[in-house]
Design a protein around this ligand. Sequence first.
Ligand code: GDP
Ligand code: MG
Length: 368
Amino acid sequence: MEVITVSELARKMNLKANALIGKLMSMGMMVTINQQIDAETAEILASEYGCSVRIVSLYDETIIETEKDRQEDLRPRSPIVTVMGHVDHGKTKLLDAIRSADVASGEQGGITQHIGAYQVAVEEGTVTFLDTPGHEAFTLMRARGAQVTDIVVLVVAANDGVMPQTVEAIDHAKEAKVPIIVAINKVDLPEANIDRVKQQLSEHGLIVEDWGGEIPAVEVSALKREGIGDLLSTLLVQAEIMELKANFSRAAEGKIVESRIDPGRGTVATVLVENGTLKVGDSFVAGIYPGKIRAMFNDRGQKVDLAGPAMPVEIIGLDGVPDSGDPFQVTDGEKLARQVSSKRQELKRVEAARNVKKVTLDNLYDSI
Ligand code: GDP
Ligand code: MG
């Protein structure tokens, strides 16, 4: 819940605090200068003076201005995909099957690292998967304003059909306005009933293509690793329709997928680059922390020097552990990174202090 003190609001509105206190009193609210009022009250109050209230987050106040991309600098980028569906319908198995379908993985001996996201290359292109399946990761990232998913793969087991969490996933994707591609899984089972799945999906507003609708549905067996190529092609076709593009030649920005303290390497974080190209040596701000890229690794644990749009990389060189969903942005030099992050840390401290209800002489007398 956003709050603001009367004195702060008065300062922002260029008014004397006493004037606001008087106004609030006439509205039937007894407040003191340091008292907090909620956003709704602030809005009503501001409208009395012809002002409007905009609620900004910690990061809005410390936005690092960047130039707008020119149309001619934009090039197609890979889609970023989240896998959702009912428990036990095969999300994890499918993500494993997709990962092993990578044409490049054979050459590397298939050594894969779990860094929270990975890329798969097929002949027609590359697809990025967030490999924390499930609705929580999706809704958590979204709640943080970190909507990075372009397409949702909805896994429905053909023997089980549409279940409560399938419906939940459909609702989440619809709410986020993210297109859905259905993966009808476990088609290897004798009790698989594909038509029943399509029927049930239609009851929830998803009409598949071969029923005359718009929703692509692909039959797969994650267990037998069948239909994976089809699924990847369908994702790439969808990406083309969506005209997903990014500027590869600017300073990188993206989101933190996950971060942790590694006993050998210190703080490591997975960054999903959304725009621009990240380079070793770049200074950056990740959430409230500054840093400088000392080394980067791809999803196979190989050292890389560059990471372009839709490429997840593990980075080393952070000054703290940012949260999943935190914004990541390269800055023009170390100094700016430090300035922005210290400002954010300060704002965060203020925010934290506000949320603790302190009993001071002030509000003690207020309540009498
Ligand atoms: P999740 O909860 O959605 O992540 O589901 P899992 O990937 O853990 O799979 C749940 C169970 O279904 C496991 O026992 C898998 O081996 C099994 N399973 C997953 N995909 C298939 C499939 O295509 N065919 C069959 N027969 N079993 C599968
Ligand atoms: Mg799972």
